[in-house]
Design a protein. Sequence first.
Length: 152
Amino acid sequence: MKDKRKSTRSAAATLTDGELAAMKETIRERRVAARRRTSGDEADGESDVLAKIAEMAEPDRAMAERIHAIVKASAPALSPRTWYGMPAYAKDGKVVCFFQSGQKFKTRYATFGFQDKANLDEGAMWPVAFALTKLTAADEARISALVRKAVS
């Protein structure tokens, strides 16, 4: 038993503050989801996503708001939810795509990414995440097409 505790402490010591915060956020999200299930109030998570977006600083907030609208319009079957404290969109309970604010991990760009549930396979290699510093009309059209393909 001591060895397990020691290895857990060792693993926690190797995580950054941002990674630890993301893990704590995930635990909180799972508890909220479990509470909603047991109370019969399985909300779609949109209010949680909108709250996370509202917490973001500009320009990430504006990009997240646009991406939220694009995903909802392109793939209405996806359910908004938070995932590691980030806005995400799921199908059958599994995350398909997500938006990560650049401020979350102190990076110079935000990220729009896809999980393995996304149907984006192209041969033996394909991109699953995109760096964003701003959104143009062409970027929005590409995101829309990727999201549609991901849920096809």
